[in-house]
Write a protein of this length. Structure first.
Length: 76
């Protein structure tokens, strides 16, 4: 089982409601994505903490139903 880009976006939005999210399926296999996430909640946080917020939103799916996610985070 894999996750669609829509499902990934919905999970991130639940945790980070003001996020602007762009997701690219890197291989066309619903398993290798690049996500750009912009949020005002990232203000004052290190890149590591920003990425951690996104990974927490995806929960148990990271490394299982979602194999690879390259992240770019930005302050909105």
């Amino acid at each position: 089982m894999t996750l669609s880009s829509t499902e990934i976006e919905e999970m991130i939005k639940k945790k980070i409601p003001d996020a602007i999210i762009e997701i690219e399926d890197l291989r066309g296999d619903n398993n290798h994505y690049h996500a750009t996430v912009k949020s005002s909640q990232f203000s004052g946080l290190s890149k590591i903490k920003q990425h951690k917020m996104v990974y927490e939103a995806l929960g148990k799916h990271m490394g299982s139903t979602l194999h690879a996610l390259m992240l770019t985070t930005k302050v909105k």
